[in-house]
Design a protein around this ligand. Sequence first.
Ligand SMILES: [Zn+2]
Length: 256
Amino acid sequence: MNEVLIGLYQLQRIDSEHDELVSSRGELPIRVEELRQALVERENILADIEHFIHDRQAQLRTIESDLSDFQEKLDKYKGQQFDVKTTREYDAITFQIEDAERRLGEGSQAMARISMEVENAMSDADAARADVAQLKTEFDESKRHLEELMAETAEEEKKLLARRAEVLAKVEEPFLSMYERVRPAKNGLAVVSVHAGVCGGCYNAIPRQLVLELNRGEKHTVCEYCGRIVVGESIAVAVDGERQEVTYEVDAEEEE
Ligand SMILES: [Zn+2]
């Protein structure tokens, strides 16, 4: 069997594995960043709500103390009402009483309104806290997963690149140039094997006689439909032990 063709097929298998590895790593950092941003946003919203509650509660305390002042004055005026000597004095004290009563009424209304606002804000804060807790869990998990994946894939990548260097020594020109030219144009898949009489890249039929020749493992062809380098199934079996689907395609994967 032709060692160059075997090397070429091995090169394709290694590069496909590497593409898959890079792609598996590619999605996760984006996900982690999205979660981090969502978490920060939610934490800011929660902080705003808590700030609002704090402000309104301070307001409530002020109003409460004002109300007790007005009540005290009102009680005092009401006591004085019986001691007045003149109509003028009576009118003046009546005015003070009405004023205090009005302020008490207004204050009570404001308290009811603000208390309602605080109550609503507290339930908003509960919801925001639940969101923050959930996002935090998701973020921590994704981040840990990413760190594990980076560590795992770093080791795997090192091994792949070492194997690639070994294999590359076996592949001669012009095969290498052809490979480098076809691979980027064909979603990362430049070398395929024939299987059941069709091209493993585009599934178009290959002439019977050519299939037989390819399967002897001494020659290759270029698929007239997809332009990929096609080797015999015997090469694929020699490389993989048994024929495996070489279906990983960089762009096709992303379109899903
Ligand atoms: Zn083809």
